[in-house]
Design a protein around this ligand. Structure first.
Ligand code: KMH
Ligand code: ZN
Length: 277
């Protein structure tokens, strides 16, 4: 088991509206301020979704490039862009995200029902993302919404080789209506399924909504890492809206310290994941 905990913050997502969640960071200034606060309390990766001037999800390349530059200038965080976008985003726009040259990008390992919608991830598209990232020295984070996505990852690596840097890192996104439930049992079952992946594969986990704390505690106990943030969690406790992303990162960092696995420094995270210098 690693002695430290990698904490990713996912501050915005594509699903919540600014009207419903006023604390959601949607402008570049808000995002950079959030990133700095989260870095200060223990995050080492930021998983980024952008919004346009009307706070709607966007994959605009100019905005993505400006955001990568601003986060690099103002923080030491590892910048991970979402290639998942919103469920309505076309594949061409999703793969073009890589043109913004982030340190990492997400790569979802299969299609999943997503509430009333479908989050479509065709096999050919997955292969294209995996290969493009390797060509551009971008480290993938493989997003796992259901058990079969881990089987698909095994197939991807067997047929198409390891990602850039040679290290495999996956993120269990649990509790999505349509995906695997956000429970300790799921975390343990998914962890066992990693035995079929390359030695040294690491995992983080996040639970949506009410499953936030059960998944966080299970992942820490099982030797996993953590993703937290307002992409996944907008209620801190019953009747108490999340005030800021830093509030969620600070809570995760506190649990990590209690578990004797304090937050991982960004330099250690870069070395672990094989991020290019
Ligand atoms: N917004 C979801 C449809 C990712 O960032 O790669 C997809 C998602 C996964 O959030
Ligand atoms: Zn995301």
């Amino acid at each position: 088991m690693t002695t430290t905990t990698l904490i990713t913050v996912a501050p915005t997502g594509a699903e919540s509206s600014k009207t419903d969640v006023p604390a959601l960071p949607v402008t570049l200034d808000e995002l950079v301020a959030t990133a700095k606060e989260c870095e200060a309390v223990g995050a080492s990766i930021i998983h980024v979704h952008l919004r346009d001037d009307a706070a709607r999800p966007t994959l605009d390349l100019g905005r993505l490039r400006d955001t990568v530059a601003a986060l690099r200038a103002e923080t030491g965080l590892i910048v991970q862009l979402s290639s998942g976008g919103a469920v309505t985003d076309p594949e061409d726009d999703r793969i073009r995200v890589l043109d913004a040259a982030p340190d990492m990008a997400s790569c979802t390992m299969g299609t999943v029902n997503f509430g009333d919608d479908v989050f479509l991830n065709r096999w050919e598209f997955i292969v294209a993302l995996h290969e493009e990232m390797r060509e551009r020295a971008i480290v993938p984070e493989y997003e796992i919404f259901d058990l079969g996505h881990l089987t698909s990852l095994q197939r991807l690596l067997d047929k198409h080789g390891l990602p850039f840097g040679g290290h495999v890192h996956v993120d269990f996104v649990l509790g999505v209506p349509g995906g695997a439930p956000g429970t300790a049992e799921t975390v343990v079952a998914f962890k066992h399924a990693l035995r079929d992946l390359p030695d040294g594969t690491t995992f983080s986990a996040t639970g949506i909504g009410r499953s936030t704390l059960p998944v966080l505690l299970a992942s820490l106990s099982a030797g996993g890492h953590l993703r937290v943030g307002m992409e996944d969690t907008v209620t801190y406790a019953k009747g108490q809206p999340v005030e800021s992303n830093a509030q969620l990162v600070a809570r995760a960092a506190g649990f990590a310290r209690l578990a004797q696995r304090p937050p991982m420094a960004v330099t250690e995270a870069r070395a672990l994941l094989g991020i290019r210098a």
